[in-house]
Design a protein around this ligand. Structure first.
Ligand code: PLP
Length: 453
């Protein structure tokens, strides 16, 4: 017999290895299983100190309650949960309104922007094929045009779905793209152009207005109708509130679809994204499947099937709880703190802030103003070692890949006092590095380099 205290309070793994390879033969006490997991997770980073992620790490207790009470509701089961389906549709309508859709439209709840982009880009491909077939033209060489400042999902789409990626390279001092960059790459086989609102690298927007104007001209003068998709994964919830006069959405004629991550500045925990079309006709009919497995004929447009409803309900909670005023308040608060952080980092006297006064996401991207005896990766390592901050260092995409960058997201939970502490910690890390020099090779290999989460 095992000791009841050992089993219930700590579990056998206090002195034994945890189950990790073989499917366990026997059951475990529920408290013991819970503790085992809790104790292992202390090895992870603390989400509140994660300055790398764009994804929400804090929600109100009331939202958490909505989430925890609805974990058992399968989102795809529209026949049994028609009200959840209705709430999804409300979110789509509200986002279409936020993005200035001209009338009735359609869209989809997705797992995140990655799924939304896959679906949106598939629709671009299908619509392009329809146009080409109607004109009696070949359909074997589709291409998609985007800048090197996009998220990895765009290249992933091209590889998975057999589309030629035409990637506009960046330049050492130019981190977004505009119409002149796009022009040489676009032709009659271009299924679409993708532009980013809020890049993961520096938080800026491509020149979406300029790209739209170019595409309108191409359509009117040469008869080539190339749609524009806006990747608003982060920016879709930021620009409408901080920069409402900048036209990047359905106010522009060639913008046919937009994706946004509910779990980034939509302020919901991970697991929700949105794809919104300009009008119903922008969704290719052939991509919608009709089935009646679950008791009622239902139309689905998704790469997944069963999934949770909780984050959709949490998104609706935020939309109605905050409204335009509330989102504007939150975005301004983050922007204020981002400016404060930029000022404090600037005061350290060694760093250059990238595009500080431009319209952009609430983040600070910065690097060394002059050559220092150590680099951005050393800083990332040092603030992690001294304070546990997860501050990512990375190199920019080609052809700006000689440029190294540090980036801190300023989310709602990075409050004014914490911003001050973070800036002090960066200054202290510089002082430590002045004394001890940069990283060893083995330390350098372990520095976090992720940029796009
Ligand atoms: C985060 C991000 C994505 C991917 O979004 P997920 O919601 O993580 O799938 C795509 N594009 C941009 C610009 C992003 O910032």
């Amino acid at each position: 017999m095992t000791d009841p205290i050992e089993t219930q309070v700590r579990g056998r793994w206090i002195t034994e290895a945890v189950p990790d390879r073989r499917f366990p033969e026997t059951a475990m006490d529920p408290v013991a299983a819970m503790r085992l997991i809790d104790e292992e997770l202390v090895l992870d980073g603390i989400p509140e100190r994660n300055l790398a992620t764009f994804v929400t790490t804090w929600m109100e207790p009331e939202a958490q309650r909505v989430i925890s009470e609805n974990l058992h509701r399968n989102f795809i089961d529209h026949a049994e949960y028609p009200q959840t389906a209705e709430i999804e549709q409300r979110c789509i309508r509200m986002l279409a309104d936020l993005f200035n859709a001209p009338g009735e439209t359609t869209g989809a709840r997705t797992q995140g922007s990655s799924e939304a982009i896959m679906l949106g880009a598939l629709s671009l491909k299908w619509k392009w094929r329809e146009r080409r077939e109607a004109a009696g033209e070949s359909t074997d060489r589709p291409n998609l045009v985007f800048g090197g400042d996009v998220h990895v999902v765009w290249e992933k789409f091209c590889r998975y779905f057999d589309v030629e990626p035409r990637i506009v390279p960046l330049q050492p001092d130019k981190y977004t793209i505009g119409p002149a960059d796009v022009e040489p790459h676009v032709d009659e086989n271009t299924i679409g152009v993708a532009a980013v609102l809020g890049t993961t690298f520096t938080g800026h927007a491509d020149d979406i207005t300029g790209i739209n104007d170019f595409l309108v001209g191409l359509r009117d003068e040469r008869g080539i109708d190339v749609p524009l998709h806006v990747d608003g994964a982060s920016g879709g919830f930021v620009w409408p509130f901080l920069y409402p006069h900048y036209e990047w959405d359905f106010r522009l004629e060639q913008v046919r679809s937009i994706n946004v991550s509910g779990h980034k500045f939509g302020l919901v925990y991970p697991g929700v994204g949105w794809l919104i079309f300009r009008e119903r006709a922008d969704l290719a009919d052939d991509l919608v499947f009709y089935e009646n497995y679950l008791g009622k004929t239902d139309a689905t447009f998704t790469l997944n099937f069963s999934t949770g409803s909780a984050m959709v309900l949490a998104q609706y909670y935020n939309l109605i709880r905050l409204g335009r005023d509330g989102y504007a308040f939150v975005m301004r608060a983050m922007q204020t703190n981002a400016r404060f952080l930029a000022d404090r980092i600037h005061e350290i006297g060694r760093f250059e802030i990238i595009g500080g006064d431009d319209d952009r996401l609430p983040l600070v991207a910065f690097n060394f103003a002059e050559n220092a005896p150590y680099d951005e990766f050393d800083i990332a390592w040092q603030v992690a070692a001294e304070r546990g901050w997860m501050l990512p260092a990375y190199t920019m995409p080609p052809n700006a890949d000689k440029v190294k960058m540090l980036r801190a997201l300023v989310k709602l939970n990075l409050t004014h006092p914490l911003v001050g502490t973070l800036a002090d910690d960066i200054a202290n890390a510089c002082e430590t590095l002045d004394k001890k020099g940069g990283l060893s090779e083995s330390e350098r290999k372990r520095v976090k380099t992720n940029t796009g989460f």
